[in-house]
Unconditional design. Structure first.
Length: 458
């Protein structure tokens, strides 16, 4: 690190105790998406005490705080995610909820970054402005609860970042970055990699479909019944048969979960709910393959004389991180920990999904990971934070170095990254309009008295 980088890293290190204290507090107060009020209150107070003026979302958790150099230049947004996971069984879970994706550490890191940026001289040599943002609800869980919030008009989108995009929180932002936890501390103790990154990941939509048949006594009058469970089984078989039509390079994933029939063992089941995502590498692939899946579901209902409701919701867009922005971040990480401890793979593609990807459709974004801060596996009951300093303070140091690299020299690097970026959508509005096309609520098969059936699955 050069002298300026050492100064910036030291400004973060000065607040390491605050950061580690916040990490423990947030770990002990986990809440799931759109209910993270404890973290919201705690962080609001801590940011307020640092002198930040907050813009809260209001009816959902989350806020942003701006810090301006007073000189013109792009606005860089730095994100941290508030939500935990409902995976019961973790020894430290609170009401069955725990921070098994390390989002609490992101929040602690952002607090450290916020504290460092308020130090005298922190912004020296930087132009433009910085938006620090706490976003709710990244994990796409508790879909029924989110649907309730949607029906009440509290939210429109299931992902916190998408929701914040729709609320104008990213208007005027030129580029966005975030540091997530990456790989666990290696079992062989080698601890070789500190920062890594991949290039992109799948998008997804959520879907729910309900087969509706007719109940009847399964022994005495099965001829009077329409078996919703058989229709669901046929649908899942048909959808599985479609898998060989999925293109390998589009990484389509379809993983249905049948919620089971709620009826007596001697009755014909008349209702079955199935939930799933459809994932893919492009919005076009998701739309096309989801259409085929809906057609198969509809055909299965028709085959049994059942009816079926289709309910599709936009999930997260496929993400493609900005290579120029990633290269700048990679250089900062290498300056900080040494080239041999940094592994940015510009070819790698993840088949999971995140709402961070929605931002990549409209602005240059960098997401990279800090590795070795925990043991076990993310999202599982053996997850354990073992190096909070790495996970929080080192993450914040990398972030302040990236901000400086972007905004120094009259914000030359940030300006160039923004100028060279080719967005997949011309505006946030255009992106959300395309996202909205995934909303579908359809009774897919109707029958008339003359023996005709009408199907519509889009
Ligand atoms: Zn996660
Ligand atoms: Zn996560």
């Amino acid at each position: 690190m050069n002298e300026r980088q050492q100064t910036l890293a030291a400004l973060v290190e000065k607040h390491a105790e605050t950061v580690l204290e916040a990490e423990r507090w947030l770990w002990a107060h986990p809440q799931t998406g759109f209910t993270e009020w404890q973290a919201h209150e705690y962080l609001s107070k801590r940011f307020g005490a640092l002198g930040y003026c907050l813009t809260p979302a209001g009816n959902i958790p989350g806020f942003y705080a701006d810090i301006d150099t007073g000189r013109p230049g792009p606005k860089v947004c730095v994100l941290a995610e508030l939500d935990a996971l409902d995976i019961p069984g973790h020894p430290e879970a609170v009401d069955g909820i725990a921070h098994l994706c390390g989002h609490h550490a992101q929040c602690a890191a952002l607090l450290g970054l916020a504290a460092a940026l308020k130090e005298p001289d922190a912004l020296e040599g930087m132009d433009g402005s910085i938006r620090l943002m706490l976003v709710p609800s990244e994990e796409l869980v508790q879909v029924s609860f989110r649907e309730e919030l949607r029906e009440k008009g509290t939210i429109r989108y299931f992902g916190g970042k998408t929701e914040f995009m729709s609320r104008g929180f990213f208007d005027g932002v030129g580029l966005t970055m975030m540091v997530h936890q990456g790989e666990p501390f290696p079992a062989d103790g080698s601890d070789r990699i500190v920062f890594d990154a991949w290039r992109g990941c799948n998008g997804c939509i959520t879907k729910k479909f309900v087969f509706k048949g007719k109940t009847a006594h399964a022994g005495a009058q099965p001829h009077d019944g329409i078996n919703a469970q058989y229709a669901a089984m046929l649908a899942l078989q048909a959808c599985n048969d479609l898998r060989e039509t999925f293109m390998d390079h589009e990484h389509v994933r379809w993983h249905p979960v049948a919620r089971g029939a709620d009826c007596a063992a001697n009755n014909i089941p008349d209702r079955i709910l199935v939930e799933s995502y459809v994932r893919g590498k492009t919005i076009e692939a998701i739309r096309r393959e989801n259409g085929k899946i809906n057609r198969a579901i509809t055909g299965a209902a028709l085959a049994l004389g059942a009816r079926v409701e289709l309910h599709d919701r936009p999930g997260y867009a496929p993400g493609e991180l900005d290579a120029n922005f990633l290269k700048l971040a990679e250089q900062c990480c290498a300056d900080m920990v040494g080239r041999d401890k940094v592994l940015f793979n510009y070819e790698s593609w993840g088949s999971g999904s995140t709402d961070f990807s929605d931002l990549t459709c409209v602005m240059p974004c960098a997401l990279f990971n800090v590795d070795g801060g925990y043991s076990g596996r993310a999202h599982t009951v053996n997850y354990k934070v073992i190096n909070p300093h790495r996970l929080c303070a080192d993450s914040a140091k990398a972030q302040i170095l990236v901000l400086d690299a972007l905004l120094k020299d009259s914000a030359a690097a940030a300006t160039k990254i923004v100028a060279d970026f080719e967005p997949r959508f011309p505006s946030i509005k255009a992106f959300l309009e395309a996202d909205d096309e995934f909303f579908l609520d359809r009774e897919a098969v109707t029958y008339d008295d003359d023996g005709h059936a009408t199907v519509c699955y889009w």
